[in-house]
Write a protein of this length. Structure first.
Length: 292
């Protein structure tokens, strides 16, 4: 009897867990739709910005703009400092999503250090900062306030000090590690170099721009905007990837809970059937003893 009560208690516990995971799955599905819409809406602007910069940048202009200038390697006397911006989530329960991003950041840090850089780590999200701090690596800056709705202002606040240091020549390189959102099920970690700016390759026939006032003045505004937009896209794509990963993880947990409940229910039914059979046998045996 005691074992039957324990089974019933475990069944109720798993049923309650399934309700929680099912609710989290539905919440993540709703948030994923909004985040995915934000990613899709940002792409035409990013593509237009990319085309304009590809059409404006020439080798002559590249020498006059600090954000376009390719730095000298540290071993040849160039800037030693490099920065890695790692974007993770503030919460867990999303499978291997955060661990994959952390592995990608760790790989990039090792690559830069092998080239002679001193790497500064800037973490957006609690999970990445917590991991590296636990393993003894200093975190130069940490942001946990951005949440599920990143804005261009958030991106600007993250990248502004790095732009300033790179422009004056004290910072040699900035890399962004984020989740590239390709679909709800495919969000691989990705490293993108955002400083120095690498001009996009020119397409076929370029538009014939009428520049007012001139290319220098326009690039002076567009290049920082291009970098901020890259960080903004990294933020929104990582948020969408997080919700997709959490939805998948919670769906798997809900399905596994359902399978476990079925197995527990079968075990409980067999045990209850055996108990009833034993009780009937005892009653029949007692009646036969009284009659005999």
């Amino acid at each position: 009897m005691a074992k039957s009560k324990a089974l019933k208690g475990r069944i109720r516990s798993v049923q309650n867990t399934r309700k929680i995971t099912r609710t989290m799955e539905l919440v993540s599905t709703s948030k994923l739709k909004r985040s995915q819409d934000r990613v899709v809406a940002s792409r035409p602007y990013a593509e237009a910005l990319r085309e304009v910069i590809a059409g404006l940048v020439t080798p002559e202009l590249s020498e006059r703009f600090p954000l376009l200038r390719q730095p000298v390697a540290p071993k040849d006397g160039g800037p030693v400092r490099a920065a890695v911006i790692l974007i993770t989530s503030n919460r867990g329960l999303c499978g291997a999503f955060n661990s994959n991003l952390i592995k990608e950041a760790h790989r990039q840090i090792e690559t830069l250090e092998a080239r002679g850089h001193t790497v500064e780590l800037h973490c957006i999200g609690r999970k990445g900062a917590g991991f590296f701090r636990y393993h003894g690596r200093a975190v130069t800056s940490e942001r946990q306030d951005i949440g599920d709705r990143p804005t261009p202002e958030h991106a600007e606040s993250v990248v502004a000090p790095l732009l300033r240091d790179f422009s004056v020549g004290t910072l040699g390189r900035v890399d962004l590690v984020f989740a590239s959102f390709r679909s709800a099920l495919v969000t691989p970690p990705m490293t993108q170099q955002i400083l120095p700016v690498t001009p996009p390759p020119r397409g076929g026939r370029l538009p014939d721009y009428l520049l007012r006032p001139d290319a220098d003045s326009i690039l002076q505004q567009l290049l920082p905007l291009y970098v901020r937009n890259a960080v903004y896209r990294g933020l929104i794509e990582t948020v969408a990837g997080e919700h997709g990963a959490r939805r998948t993880a919670m769906k798997n947990a809900t399905d596994n809970a359902g399978d476990l409940i079925e197995r527990l229910q079968r075990t409980y039914n067999r045990q209850r059937q055996a108990q009833i059979t034993q009780e009937i046998a005892e009653i029949v045996g007692g009646a036969a003893a009284l009659q005999g």
